[in-house]
Design a protein. Structure first.
Length: 308
């Protein structure tokens, strides 16, 4: 989350009025993440999260908010958008589409353990199962087509060693055939800072669904593994939790090494895009792409099969 668009107190108070939340007490920008403007908002009825969507397609916004509403109604602990009396989940604020969502308890973990990975794996599989009931899902906005297009766009701006790596990886991914893999709605961005845990160590929140879409379910698992699992024990725990709810198919087991590379490529490209094509903002988070370049290089040199 970041702050690209400033929101004044008076205009926010007027925007909140139809929601019937009482007096606006405070609002403060959240300096984390990369894509949208976010604020903590406190009213007489509690604390919420305000998101102003920067440059988003309205069809996509409707899908993201409907998805969170759908998942929250199926016991997935995700932010739930508040609707006004006309049933609108978003309205314009400061010239941007904006939504107010529930603020979940807990905090992110910088150094999770295997027990956390198992709980997260179970939650991810439950999320995948709950998402099957959504009709007409949008495709993953950063799927294979996006990776190829943004990779080609960035090539001229990269250093020679980066360019060589990207050319080779784009060529490798272009010949992968994932058609036989189970598909559904994926979160696609389930990093450590997008998962909350309460004081008892229980998973209390899954955040930031604004990269969600339809894709291979295995891609979601690979995204999580790349961020959460620095060792084999944590990866085994993640997989045990996931497969306690949904067993992986033989085709998914075979595709695992290539899919982990695809997930590493996706976030390397995303962070390269932000570095080379930054947007202006009041508080903007720019994350280092080098971590995912090194991870991609490691996975290329030493492919890691799915542990059994």
């Amino acid at each position: 989350m970041s702050v690209y668009t400033l929101v004044g107190r008076d205009e926010l108070a007027a925007w909140l009025q139809p929601l019937g939340l009482g007096e606006l007490i405070s609002h403060a920008g959240i300096a984390a993440g990369m894509q949208n403007s976010n604020y903590f908002v406190t009213t007489a009825q509690g604390r919420f999260v305000l998101t102003l969507f920067e440059g988003i397609d309205i069809e996509a916004l409707d899908f993201y908010l409907a998805l969170q509403d759908h998942l929250a109604g199926r016991c997935i602990p995700c932010p739930q958008p508040l609707s006004d009396p006309q049933g609108r989940r978003w309205r314009y604020l400061a010239g941007k589409p904006a939504a107010l969502l529930s603020c979940l308890p807990g905090a992110a973990l910088e150094a999770p353990e295997a027990t956390h990975c198992r709980a997260l794996g179970e939650m991810l599989a439950r999320l995948h199962q709950a998402g099957t009931e959504m009709v007409n899902p949008l495709p993953n906005p950063c799927g294979a087509v996006w990776r190829q297009a943004i990779g080609e766009l960035l090539l001229p701006q990269l250093a020679p060693d980066e360019r060589a790596l990207l050319v080779e990886e784009l060529a490798f991914q272009a010949v992968q055939d994932f058609a036989a893999l189970p598909r559904g709605i994926i979160h696609a961005d389930l990093f450590r800072d997008n998962v909350l845990w309460d004081g008892a160590g229980q998973l209390s929140g899954v955040l930031d669904f604004y990269f969600a879409g339809e894709d291979c379910l295995l891609f979601d698992l690979a995204v999580v593994a790349n961020d959460w699992c620095p060792n084999d024990a944590m990866l085994r725990a993640l997989l045990a939790g996931y497969q306690s709810q949904r067993l992986l198919s033989p085709a998914e087991v075979t595709a695992w090494p290539a899919m982990r590379r695809a997930a590493a490529l996706r976030f390397w490209l995303l962070r390269l895009e932000v570095r080379h094509q930054p947007r202006a903002g009041e508080v903007v988070t720019i994350k280092n792409p080098e971590h995912f370049r090194h991870l991609l290089q490691r996975l290329r040199l030493a492919p890691e099969p799915l542990p059994r």
